[in-house]
Design a protein around this ligand. Structure first.
Ligand SMILES: Cc1cc2nc3c(=O)[nH]c(=O)nc-3n(C[C@H](O)[C@H](O)[C@H](O)COP(=O)(O)OP(=O)(O)OC[C@H]3O[C@@H](n4cnc5c(N)ncnc54)[C@H](O)[C@@H]3O)c2cc1C
Length: 436
């Protein structure tokens, strides 16, 4: 899919996006849509290090919950209609505190919705996004890595590992938690290590999921079950095969598949990831209980160290950071991509406003998409949402992984209050669904 550029001169583009996983690919498609409305189309480049196969770090065999608010935004960008056949609706969420009385439910119906969100498998999503990109005006360089960045007054000069050079007015870093752009530009990041590791796996249960998702707070850390389609479509119709997380057999009509994310102390996670499958299922069943039925099978188990890292200022000279490059969250509340998508939409809004304002002036000059005014506006617009999401996630992780009795009592009363006073649920559900 690599775009050819043979000239010895750097290829001049308006916007170069480094990293083409969830954040970068959705931004590129959103920019292509915006560009189609302009009198002079934008020149957009996307540089992604990996082709979409089972080794892709951003489109791996993970499943994620895309909140209702994110589905709405993806629909507005014209992306969701191509993805919706891959989604499994979450109609209800059951939240409980293991070994204590606190529990509550969030339900779509009372909110007048069909679903609180949709579960998608990232490997499938990656394939569809790259098909859409191939049909767009975006120049995609893949597989290609950015290896050098030279900051200049008018923009950035990027050098790729295949020797290609690009000059962009605005550089967007969507290159994930270990952002190479951030390292090249020497930008600081703050990190909180929760001393937890997440085990991620797909399991089969002997009961239909009925579109319920579960979040259970255990002594060792949170445990989430996301409902999945009954048979994995992953890799069914494409050229690459995945041993991935799919449990060996597809679920029968009376069974279900769930994607599990289970946070544990690193040593315990290591043992359970590498240990016997039956022992894993027994330990999981004991931690979760039988609310979703009996756990009968598990696919490949993979572990992810859990940290929360964020850039205090996700901008630099002619450069904007989005998604995991700007902040990487603990998956406790399934908000990583949802927040990353709000970065993407935030940037699209700032650019759209700049183009509309420019049109009113009837000026013959072009909009400078990397101007300090645009970069600063993005920083201001994203601050409140980023700050409150980061604060909430830290509070949740610390508050619900703790056995200090006043905290246990407080959170259980909180969960009970949510059950008894349904009006309190609306703001909680709205936050969970990515409404701001
Ligand atoms: C266990 C787990 C469960 C999760 N569950 C949820 C959930 O339920 N809901 C939710 O919203 N979020 C969830 N998340 C978070 C979500 O998966 C991430 O926020 C999202 O996928 C990050 O996307 P990204 O594009 O920002 O970054 P990444 O996926 O890290 O992508 C970065 C991309 O940049 C490319 N790249 C890196 N360096 C270079 C370079 N030098 N040149 C070119 N390309 C480069 C990489 O190849 C990669 O494709 C979960 C995360 C985990 C770990």
């Amino acid at each position: 899919m690599t775009s050819a550029h043979t000239s010895t001169q750097p290829l001049a583009v308006d916007i170069a996006i480094v990293g083409g996983a969830m954040a970068g690919a959705t931004l590129a498609l959103g920019l292509a849509k915006l560009s189609a409305t302009l009198s002079r189309p934008l020149r957009i480049a996307l540089i992604e290090a990996h082709v979409a196969n089972h080794n892709h770090p951003g489109f791996d065999a993970r499943s994620i919950a895309v909140a209702h608010g994110s589905v709405f935004e993806l629909t507005r960008l014209g992306i969701w209609p191509k993805l919706q056949h891959l989604g499994t609706a979450i109609e209800n969420i059951h939240v409980s505190d293991r070994g204590h009385f606190g529990m509550t439910e969030l339900n779509a119906k009372p909110l007048g919705l069909d679903a609180l969100g949709q579960v998608v498998e990232l490997a499938q999503v990656g394939k569809v996004l790259f098909e859409q990109l191939a049909q767009s005006a975006v120049r995609v360089f893949c597989p290609a890595k950015v290896t050098q960045i030279l900051a200049q007054t008018s923009g950035h000069l990027l050098t790729l590992d295949n020797g290609t050079q690009l000059h962009c007015q605005l550089l967007v870093a969507a290159d994930g938690a270990n952002s190479v752009v951030r390292q090249h530009l020497g930008q600081p990041t703050e990190k909180i290590d929760f001393d937890q590791t997440a085990i991620v796996a797909n399991i089969t249960t002997d009961q239909a999921h009925q579109h319920w998702a579960y979040e259970r707070f255990t002594q060792t850390g949170p445990l989430a079950l996301l409902p999945m389609s009954s048979a994995s479509n992953s890799f069914k119709s494409n050229s690459f095969k995945s041993k991935s997380f799919a449990s060996k057999s597809s679920a029968t009509p009376t069974q279900s598949r769930f994607s599990v994310v289970w946070a544990l102390p690193p040593a315990q996670a290591h043992e359970l990831v590498n240990g016997d499958k039956t022992e894993f299922l027994a330990a999981l069943q004991q931690a979760f209980g039988h609310r979703a039925g009996r756990f009968v099978d598990v696919g490949q188990r993979v572990s992810y160290p859990l940290t929360l890292s964020y850039m205090p200022r996700p901008v630099y000279h002619r450069c904007i950071f989005v998604g995991n490059a700007a902040q990487t969250l603990h998956p406790i509340a399934g908000q990583g991509f949802n927040l990353g998508l709000r970065d993407v939409v935030g940037l699209l809004n700032v650019l759209e406003q700049a183009f509309s304002a420019h049109q009113l002036t009837n000026s013959s000059t072009q909009v400078d998409v990397g101007s300090s005014a645009i970069v600063h506006q993005y920083l201001v617009d994203r601050q409140a949402d980023r700050d409150s999401t980061l604060r909430n996630i830290e509070f949740l992780v610390r508050g619900f992984s703790n056995q200090y009795w006043p905290l246990v009592a407080g959170r259980n009363v909180g969960l009970r209050l949510l059950s008894w006073l349904p009006p309190l649920k609306r703001p909680v559900a709205q936050t969970a669904m990515g409404w701001r």
